[in-house]
Design a protein around this ligand. Sequence first.
Ligand SMILES: O=C(O)CCC(=O)C(=O)O
Ligand SMILES: [Mn+2]
Length: 222
Amino acid sequence: MLQNHQNLHFIYFVYFHVQMNLFDFPYDSSINLLPKDGTVNYYGKILEFTRSDDFYQNLMQEIEWKNDIAIIFGKRIETKRKVAWYGDLPFEYTYSNNTKKALPWTENLRQLKNLVEQKSGESFNSCLLNLYHDGSEGMAWHSDGEKDLKKNGAIASISLGAERKFAFKHKVSKEVISLVLENGSLLVMKDETQSHWLHRLPPTKKVLYPRINLTFRTIIAD
Ligand SMILES: O=C(O)CCC(=O)C(=O)O
Ligand SMILES: [Mn+2]
């Protein structure tokens, strides 16, 4: 009996470890990465490599990528990074004095939206996509507190392609929390995160490949 019991433990142990390796889900998504004033949960890879690669290839082709406009030292400049904006309705979204009208979901975006909604338990009506061609392109410190966004609404971020470092900085205490966003991973920012923390994607010389980022959001239609 004792022997059987031990075997059972052994089998469970091996099964559990194989499962962990097969699906590579080592993160506890209930852990809040922020010490205060907001909630950030990292789910690790939620897409297996081939699925993630399919989405990456399809989105690269089908998305209407456009150069973005940013205001740097008071000047409007066109970024090398490309962006696109999709949603349930032709929502208008304004940032850096730049207004975009959301395009209708593609089948790939709909599938990713369903997946992040199921994983996060939140719902979204729009998605901002960013394409960084390599590590020379990034995004400076900012928060996603635009007036068109639902206040304290969750933002779900999917990463496809090259893995990149991502960081949060508290607006008052200046504490910095960083992590690596892996290919096929999900990160969710919610509660008061955007009011109290900035985030950025630092540029790096080490990354030579593209990355696509999708941030699912909730827009308040007028
Ligand atoms: O590329 C990322 O991971 C973040 C993008 C971002 O912060 C944004 O689009 O507001
Ligand atoms: Mn952002």
